[in-house]
Design a protein around this ligand. Sequence first.
Ligand code: NDP
Length: 320
Amino acid sequence: MSEKVILVTGGTGLVGKAIEKIVESEKRPDEKWIFVGSKDANLCDKESTIALFNEHKPTHVIHLAAMVGGLFHNMSHNLDFLRNNIMINDNVLQTAHQTNVVKVVSCLSTCIFPDKIEYPIYENQMHQGPPHPSNYGYSYAKRLIDIANHGYHDQYGRMYTSVIPCNVFGPHDNFNMESGHVIPGLIHRLYDVVKDGSTEDQVFTVLGTGQPLRQFIYSPDLAKLIIWVLRNYNSVEPITLSVDETQEVTIGHVAETIAKAFNFRGKIVFDTSAADGQYKKTATNKKLRSHLPDFEFTPFEDAIKETVTWYQENYHHARN
Ligand code: NDP
């Protein structure tokens, strides 16, 4: 039996750690998995990328490595997000091609979709208009992965494809309140408020109006779907990996669910002077559902509870 050697870039991050855990629980004899982070290779650097591929000789790559951040970090660092992600993606895809990697699954995001568009958004609408101005650097760098995948397919017949997850959360997330996403940021903020116990006079401040709508996927659910894509999805066209449209929630609901998970007894206050970002960006998962109609997503409340518990137990070595 020929062995698949699967290299996971970004293997030390939120999504990478979740894939590692799933793979450990259902080992297959014909698959060897290798998880790498920035300490193993700086993927902004071509030589370092080539050395990594020469060391592990992957036949398949799940490419997760990226400069990733929440709304406020993106808004202030658009150029860094653009340049670093363009470099990482070009180095990984070109080195994969040069070393004969048969399949690459790269990670895009629903937040790179056009800003002004009818909802729900389908995969084939990705290039039909500019992204939201808050994260144009990250978005254009990610969109170029799809262009490159088509190029590698058209010119060389490569099966280099991409997945489009909605917002992800779970254990091992970046809980830094400046650079992280909304859920880990709120969890960290409330952790600080209640660390000596919760009382009725405490205040949990949420930036923005609480009204924007988002789809959130729990990292173990996304991990299972990415592994399925690697093994079974054979099209260059991207596939959205998101919860159903009916599972979209407001940021206000997110805050309430986190408060419940912490048994918070105080008051939630919305700081309406802060930016909201895009009001909504509902993506359809019809394509995914056409392949996996029965896939069950973890209920949001359970997933938040598990993430909060993980954070409480791992606070001292979490990314804060
Ligand atoms: P994390 O920030 O948790 O992890 C990022 C990973 O990329 C880490 O393993 C990090 O390594 C690695 N990395 C960053 N820069 C470099 C570099 N220069 N060289 C090598 N490795 C590098 O990200 P997520 O797990 O959240 O995201 C994974 C993928 O999913 C990304 O492509 C992201 O764009 C996409 N995505 C994420 C969403 C989310 O809500 N989080 C939503 C939709 C898509 P180290 O930790 O060792 O520094």
